[in-house]
Each structure stands twice: as C-alpha cells, then as structure tokens.
Write a new protein. Structure first.
Length: 183
C-alpha cells in the first residue's frame, strides 16, 4: 500500500523521505523534544542521524508495511517540516510523534494525530490503538485524553531523560468512530 498524503485544515502530512533529513537534523536535537522519547534514539544526536533514521528505520518499515511515517508541514509553508508523526504495527506504541517547540501548544499535534488515527482505524482497519508515554509528558497526555483514550497499564521505561513511570493508553476503533461521529 502506498502511503498517502494526509491533509487537515492547517496541515499536510507527507510520507517521510530522505530529503527531509536536513530539516530533521536541524530541528530534532532539542531537549524539549527528546527528553520523553525512547532511549533507543542516539543522544546527543550525532551528525547524519536523521538520514540514518529515515533510510534504515522509517523507509524500511514503510517498505515492509509495518510502519507509516509522515513529515508534518503547515499548508502555509509546505517546504519545511515542523515535526514527524508515525504509526507502527504491534506492541504498545502504535503512534509516535515529535513537534518543533515553536509549534507546540497550538493544537498542531492534535490535528496531526486526528489524521493519522483516522487512517489507522478506518484505512488500515486496525482494531486497537495503543500509545506508551512518560507519565510526566503532560502535553502528550492531553492529546490522548482529547482523543478519548484511557490508561490501561503502567510500567517503567527508559527515556533519553532517564528511567520514568510510563502509561499505556488505549482506544478501540469503535470508540474512535463513536467519538468522531459525535463531533
């Protein structure tokens, strides 16, 4: 399945490609972005890490049909990405994202999450969406709450910012569709 371009009122989500590496390499290595991300990400973020991620993680998963990765762009300036959002099959982290600090707290990520969650449930036909997040990541928690997700488990997870309590949030396709139809 080709990964489609997704649009919303303010955003264009384009499938991630190698040309996105320069913007990612510039924006991503920021403590506000990485502190609640998985310890698997190299930190400090080395030169070339963005291109390596795109070529060996994102494109590989997209080719296998196990992952979908998009650059987040504003319709007003589609030349530059402002973040990345992805979906992945299996496990307790089906959706992940990051957004440049300049664009945080403006509803941008909520809008991007709505688009990819709709894709997850109603294009890919997945029955359950799970996301794992640091309990202290209040902004991410608010997005899950607004999506209608609920905490189903807790655990300890190693993040770039250290070992922290985590929560696994969950929502079913029927819950999503009932919420989005209700308004």
């Amino acid at each position: 399945m080709a990964i489609p371009v997704l649009t919303s009122s303010r955003l264009v989500l384009r499938p991630l490609e190698p040309d996105d590496a320069a913007d990612i390499q510039y924006l991503f290595p920021c403590w506000e972005i990485v502190r609640y991300l998985t310890k698997q990400i190299p930190w400090p973020y080395p030169a070339g890490a963005a291109l390596d991620f795109i070529n060996h993680v994102a494109l590989s998963a997209m080719e296998r049909g196990t992952g979908w990765f998009w650059s987040i762009r504003r319709k007003e300036d589609e030349r530059h990405l402002i973040g990345v959002i992805n979906l992945s099959l299996g496990g307790d982290s089906n959706r992940g994202f990051w957004l440049a600090p300049k664009w945080q707290h403006q509803g941008v990520m909520s809008e991007a999450c709505h688009s990819v969650t709709e894709f997850w449930f109603n294009v890919l036909g997945q029955e359950v969406l799970r996301v794992t997040k640091a309990k202290d990541n209040q902004a991410s928690r608010r997005i899950s709450e607004r999506n209608g997700m609920r905490v189903v488990a807790t655990k300890e997870t190693d993040y770039i910012g250290g070992r922290m309590p985590s929560e696994i949030w969950e929502m079913t396709r029927s819950e999503w569709n009932a919420k989005t139809k209700a308004g």
